[in-house]
Ligand binder design. Structure first.
Ligand SMILES: [Zn+2]
Ligand SMILES: [Zn+2]
Length: 140
């Protein structure tokens, strides 16, 4: 009789242990999935963008996090980003792109392919960027 009770106790302990292991595994999988998900916070928001006013020429540098708090509508965060200029008050402060070839800053109007080329060296920003950024990425 005592043996059976002992056996039952052991079985319940085993089930409890299995439940804990299973729960831990589920938590690990969920955490891993969260880790893989691209989060709009952290390093991404620290990325600094150069902005230039197309109306008065005012130049400003803001992190993406700051820009997010500056815009009134989410669509203003599209391409190009447009925010209110602190100097002239017009909604003409827009993102400038650094030429991947010569570093010249210029404004790209997505959808207008004529604006994709650097005004200094005529490099196409989108055609040059993938190779250039691959080179710049330090190999781990
Ligand atoms: Zn301005
Ligand atoms: Zn250039």
């Amino acid at each position: 009789m005592a043996d059976i009770l002992e056996f039952l106790k052991l079985r319940w302990r085993l089930i409890a242990l299995l439940t804990v292991v299973l729960a831990l595994a589920v938590v690990c999988v969920l955490m891993y999935r969260d880790y893989l998900k691209p989060t709009p916070s952290g390093a991404y928001l620290d990325k600094t963008l150069k902005l230039k006013c197309t109306n008065c020429g005012h130049v400003a540098r803001h992190s993406l996090g700051e820009i997010r708090s500056m815009v009134s509508r989410p669509e203003d965060l599209g391409s190009p980003i447009v925010v209110n200029c602190p100097q002239c008050g017009q909604k003409t402060l827009t993102q400038e792109y650094a030429c991947p070839n010569c570093g010249e800053f210029f404004i790209i109007n997505l959808g207008q392919s004529g604006t994709y080329n650097c005004p200094r060296c005529r490099t196409n920003y989108f055609e040059t960027l993938p190779q250039k950024s691959a080179q710049d990425t330090p190999s781990k």
